[in-house]
Ligand binder design. Sequence first.
Ligand code: SF4
Length: 259
Amino acid sequence: MILETRPKKRIFIGLLVLTSLILSFFIFLLWYVPLVGLKNIHPSLPLIFSLVLAVSVFLMFSGGLLLIFTIMRGRDIFLSHKLRGIVAKVLFPFMILMGRVVGVSKEMVQQSFVELNNHLVRSNSHQIRSNKLLILLPHCIQNFDCKIKITGNIKNCNGCGKCEIKDLIELSDQYQLKIAVATGGTLARRIIVENKPEAIVAVACELDLTSGIQDSYPIPVIGILNERPNGPCINTKVDIQKVKNAILDFLGSKGVSTN
Ligand code: SF4
């Protein structure tokens, strides 16, 4: 299993710590301000209110610490599956907001989120059967001048080698995986519903990967950022080795390698 240790994940963690501190400050205010007033309603209300807020702070920090330790150890400690959902559905919008406050671009936060998600997925040691693993590709990876329609059936590609669709089909054949091309989020969702994968290796830009990971939860997704040497959405590329590593992370000992 290959765990990437580039510093991008630290952006998300840094924003998470900052958010926790700011939220703690607001929770403190929420505790302190009504304290005197609550006493007048019922003598035990200040204690109950304090306990509720203390539990909230405890859960927030223990969740954050669990996330950090899971990332540091690179394997599941406790509830990493649920953590992935909380990161995708709850924390990510906060991190975008906090990134804006401290001057980190949305693109950087999205990249950081994708890496963090990949780390959490890998830490869960999934063992997926090859016929339940889907490789999902963006349409922009196809050579712009290619006239063959591959969105309905990627196997229409004649393997001329002018784009990486050829290599990706060969990879899917080698491991006997499902493979499809999506032109956008709606088609991607339809492909997922029709194929019912247990795990997905997705190639796309930051924006599409982020929304795809969020929409697909609880299905585990390893996201691989495409490369855009010609600008966005045209003749994009992907590191085939990264796709292969992600496939092997999912297949584990169930991999069907012919090499
Ligand atoms: S490899 Fe396939 S999809 Fe890419 S340009 Fe050649 S025929 Fe078209």
